[in-house]
Design a protein. Structure first.
Ligand SMILES: [Zn+2]
Length: 255
C-alpha cells in the first residue's frame, strides 16, 4: 500500500527537483563512531553519545520504518505542514528515532524554515495524516523515489517525497569544509527547502556563506558552508541559478 502510494506520487508528475551531487565519496569519514579507544585507563566518554557504524547496501528493499511523532511543533505561527520521517529497513546501525530527532532538531531550529513565523512544521507518526515524507534511503532507492536523476549519489525531492541519501548522511561530501553534523543540517534544510518551493541559488561571492539553496553537495564555488535559511534572524538568499558541476560516481553501499 505504501509502495502503491509512492508510485502514484512519482507518476503524478509533481514537481521534480534534482538536488545535489558531490565530489568523490571515498574519502569523507563516515558518521559512524571510530573504533573504541584501546586505552584501558581512559573512559570512552567522548564517544559515548555516538551511534555505531552505519551500514547499507547500494540497493535497498524499499521497506520502511516510520519514526514516532515529535512531542513539539517547530515554529510558533503560520501554516502547519505535517511530515513523516521514514528509514529504509536495510540501513543498519542507525536508530530510526535518533535519525528523526536529528532531522526535527534541524527543522525546529530558530535559524530554520519556520523562523519568520509564517510556517510551522510537525513530525507525525505512523498512521497519522501528513503533507510530505522525509525518506532516508539507500542510493538506488533514492533513484527510484526521485525519478528525475539517477545518480545514486545526491539527495533529491520529488513532489511530496523528500529523499535524503544515506550515503551522504554517512559520508557528507569532500570539500564541504565543515563538520558532518553541519552537512546533515544542510541536506535536511536544502531538500525540505525544495518542498517549500525554493529553487537553487548561486554563491554570492568568495568567502561569503553559501545560501542553503546552493547545491553545496556539488561544489562550494568560493562560498563557505552554510546549512541555514536564516542568518541573524533574516532570510539569507542569493541569485537564483545552478552550476554545471559534475556528479561523482554512484555510491556502491557501505558494509
Ligand atoms: Zn537541490
Amino acid at each position: 500500500m505504501a509502495a502503491a502510494a509512492l508510485v502514484a506520487v512519482v507518476a503524478g508528475g509533481l514537481g521534480i527537483a534534482a538536488c545535489e551531487a558531490l565530489p568523490s565519496m571515498s574519502q569523507v569519514s563516515p558518521a559512524a563512531a571510530p573504533e573504541p579507544s584501546r586505552g584501558p585507563t581512559r573512559a570512552p566518554a567522548a564517544r559515548s553519545g555516538r551511534t555505531g557504524k552505519i551500514t547499507y547496501p547500494a540497493t535497498g528493499s524499499r521497506k520502511w520504518r516510520t519514526a514516532p511523532a515529535s512531542k513539539q511543533t517547530g515554529g510558533e505561527h503560520g501554516m502547519l505542514l505535517r511530515y513523516r520521517v521514514v528509514v529504509e529497513s536495510d540501513i543498519k546501525g542507525l536508530a530510526v528515532r535518533a535519525f528523526a530527532d536529528a532531522v526535527t532538531a534541524t527543522l525546529d531550529d530558530p535559524r530554520g524554515w519556520t523562523a519568520d513565523g509564517s510556517l510551522r512544521l510537525r513530525r507525525v507518526g505512523p498512521g497519522q495524516a501528513y503533507d510530505f515524507t522525509i525518506y532516508l534511503a539507500t542510493p538506488r532507492t533514492r533513484d527510484r523515489l526521485c525519478a528525475s536523476s539517477t545518480d545514486a549519489y545526491t539527495s533529491c525531492r520529488n513532489g511530496d517525497t523528500v529523499v535524503l541519501n544515506v550515503a551522504r548522511w554517512v559520508k557528507a561530501v569532500p570539500g564541504f569544509g565543515a563538520p558532518l553534523a553541519t552537512y546533515r543540517q544542510y541536506m535536511v534544510n536544502h531538500e525540505v527547502g525544495h518542498r517549500l518551493g525554493h529553487g537553487h541559488e548561486l554563491c554570492p561571492g568568495r568567502g561569503e556563506p553559501a545560501p542553503v539553496m546552493q547545491q553545496q553537495t556539488l561544489g562550494m564555488h568560493g562560498c563557505t558552508a552554510n546549512p541555514w535559511p536564516y542568518r541573524q534572524g533574516k532570510r539569507y538568499t542569493a541569485t537564483p541559478g545552478a552550476y554545471d558541476d559534475a556528479v561523482p560516481a554512484p555510491d556502491t553501499g557501505l558494509r
